[in-house]
Design a protein around this ligand. Sequence first.
Ligand SMILES: Nc1ncnc2c1ncn2[C@@H]1O[C@H](COP(=O)(O)OP(=O)(O)OP(=O)(O)O)[C@@H](O)[C@H]1O
Length: 406
Amino acid sequence: MGLSGGVDSMVLLHLLVAARETRGFALSAVHVHHGLSPHADAWAVHCERVCAAWQVPLRVRRVAVRIEGGQSLEAVARRERYRVYRESTADAVVLAHHQDDLSETVLLQLLRGGGVRALAAMPAWRQDGALALWRPLLARTRDELVAYAHMHGIEWVDDESNLDTRWRRNLLRHRVMPGLAEALPHYRAHLARSAQLAADAAAVLDEVAAADLAACLDGEALSVVNLLALSAPRQRELLRHWCASLGFGLPTPAALEAFRGALEAGHTGAVALELAGAALVHYRGRIHLLRERVLPACQELPPLACHQLLRCEAGSLSIEPASPGLPLDWLSGGLSLRARTGGERLVQRAGTRAVKQLLQEAGMLPRLRGRWPLLYRGGELVAVPGVALSQAYQVEEGWQPVWLPD
Ligand SMILES: Nc1ncnc2c1ncn2[C@@H]1O[C@H](COP(=O)(O)OP(=O)(O)OP(=O)(O)O)[C@@H](O)[C@H]1O
């Protein structure tokens, strides 16, 4: 279990120790030492002392909380805690969130403009990859846990940062919730019920989105025609579900809608949705996930054949029949894909043209342009795959290369 040393997790530990007596399961605790408070060492010592007395193996894990652009200290500390929980090999990591935590979370998510998934963000059970999280105290209020601690003589430490009303959660806890409790004594249970209803709605949305995604996927890319056949809310859900399942985080609702709207309006070329570390990019009727990957300087190609799809670094090369096209006997060998180095020019009808300009005219996004491979034969540029062929060697019945980025 996750033991902070605060009243909630000390009570949970006490309950689990009692349950261990009757049920006989293995119990251990982890205390994440963030080193943020001058009292952090004392909290760890308190956890060590109680765990030793109650015969619970405890691991104290020190983590470094480093804030990078725009992140809050709270969020980074939580991320580090979850990283530590993920190291656990236990069947479940048990956390002591209670009904006040749950209602604060629901309200915070509402105030941030969250949707049903955000409102359902604190379920009693959550499987997150190999990590199973269990929050058995969600039906109990903080006051009930404090009363339990007093009754059983349980000692705990108080985190002074919980009083700091610069944090939105603390502001709600100390300024807003007391007023709510006075006016609506059952507000916690009602917010918990809303979270439960939201969880059901989110589960149904996930099922629908997963089925829609499966129907729209064409290999690893998404068919735009199939996507646009769905209603706009289902398109948004599908895109959100896809982003989440790809593991690149969710785009903002505004960015998602701008992307979807551009697809619906039939814009081709420069339509992309930026994610953290990747982008969804529209290209030739399909949406591709483009990871931030570097194209190798040169990839020698094996002998090729028409209709072949060749897996390369950072994408695939499709060899398609074309008229006019490049000579078929070139497919037997001597071709390579090279990353752009700048200043390349391709032979076109009226002399040569800059590759950069050809890519721009094709409506290619800057991030795609920079990593679009060029096809060479020996040392000569013969095609910008999917965009233009050299006019120097074109034959009536030939072929063309098409690049499908990863
Ligand atoms: N330093 C810590 N070490 C281990 N477990 C912790 C620690 N801090 C918190 N926990 C666990 O997480 C539970 C919730 O604590 P807290 O509300 O501070 O965490 P949180 O993950 O930030 O939650 P929230 O999502 O509500 O912000 C605690 O009851 C405890 O079980």
